[in-house]
Design a binder for this molecule. Structure first.
Ligand SMILES: O=C(O)COP(=O)(O)O
Ligand SMILES: [Mg+2]
Length: 232
């Protein structure tokens, strides 16, 4: 049976300031060298994930845009889930609301996004939720950005589709992440663990919480579960 690990990026294989954690990369490389498939799952864009996969040395499969996009291998096509048009209409409503207050949102890579839309956490996510009460979108605060995502799309739904396309079960994945955007993938993977800095809902969804935070917590998890991954 295939052993696979599904890992979040920001906050999990980085520090709290989003700088890459060298120890976490070394852990990922050691898993790859042991023949364990590494799939990166993030709110980041597909092109960001493509470069990250290459520089880490994975086989190129990833989930991007919080499940809005996934790809299997470097040559696989991009699968896009959700309706970005709905997110764009919602974004325009948020922009109009804040422009009246003299605030311009700082959009994150809008030209490179296919499914969700994201902006800087310079406005309160709770207020954005209130502004969008009538819209069929999720407002997701990952701790690194605020995302507007179609309802029913998550890293978890992308995991189900990706596993199906890879011909394996979501239960063959060991998943790790820190954000509210990781809850479903932790719940639907064979085992879902988290780290000390995680959102309370993410901790509740995980079967184990590492004592260490961020990349150090990731390294701790790989050490603790390496035999579990090998045995599968
Ligand atoms: O893009 C974000 O907001 C967070 O990204 P992450 O899912 O890798 O933590
Ligand atoms: Mg994260």
């Amino acid at each position: 049976m295939l052993s696979a690990i599904l890992t979040d990026v920001d906050g999990t294989i980085t520090d709290s300031a989003r700088r890459i954690d060298v120890g976490a990369i070394e852990s990922l490389r050691s898993l790859i060298d042991d023949g364990i498939e590494v799939v990166l799952a993030s709110g980041n864009t597909a092109c960001f994930m493509d470069a990250l996969c290459k520089m880490i040395g994975t086989k190129g499969s990833f989930i991007a845009e919080n499940g809005g996009v996934y790809r299997i291998g470097y040559t696989g096509s991009l699968h896009i889930n959700g309706d970005q048009h709905v997110c764009r209409t919602a974004l325009e409503a948020v922009q109009a609301y804040y422009r009246k207050k003299g605030i311009e949102l700082d959009l994150y890579n809008p030209t490179y996004r296919y499914a969700d839309l994201a902006f800087a956490r310079t406005v309160p996510a709770e207020e954005v939720k209130q502004v969008l009460a009538g819209h069929a979108v999720q407002v997701i605060d990952t701790g690194f950005a605020i995302h507007l995502q179609s309802e029913g799309v998550s890293k978890g739904t992308a995991l189900l589709a990706l596993a199906r396309d890879m011909g394996i079960s979501p239960k063959d994945f060991f998943a790790i992440g820190d954000g509210i955007n990781d809850v479903q993938m932790l719940e639907w993977a064979g085992r879902g663990v988290t780290i000390a800095n995680a959102h309370p809902a993410t901790k509740a969804a995980a079967s184990d919480v590492m004592e260490e935070a961020n990349g150090t917590g990731f390294v701790q998890a790989v050490k603790k579960y390496r035999s579990y991954l090998r045995a599968r």
